[in-house]
Design a protein around this ligand. Sequence first.
Ligand SMILES: [Zn+2]
Length: 130
Amino acid sequence: MGAKLISAVVAYFHAQQSVKRLTQEIGESLGFCLDAQTPPGSDCLFVDHLKNAYAMTRDESYDDEYWTRPEAYYVTGMPPEDYLAETCPYCLTTHKLIQERKEARKQFGIAKRRISALGRSLSKGSEAKS
Ligand SMILES: [Zn+2]
């Protein structure tokens, strides 16, 4: 149990740190895009490249709810990474960091469940002793 517990706690900590770091990097990366779009002293409205990249639309003519869901398309007509590669290097980086954070959050979820499972079996063990 000892080694398992230690490795679960270490995995939990690393996953938590990854999510934290990626969240910070995403914030910084978003800032780079804003800075690039905003000349000093101006207050122009900026373009939200990520919002554009992720925007979906549906073909409503394809409307048979029992057999097929209406198909969704990207408004830009291309996958987010292609649109961003053409549009904004900072948002492309942000997009990649967001994908990494999704994976990190998944790992964090797995680590939390491991800790819970270990806690459950440890508490059963202590009940048995008392
Ligand atoms: Zn951008």
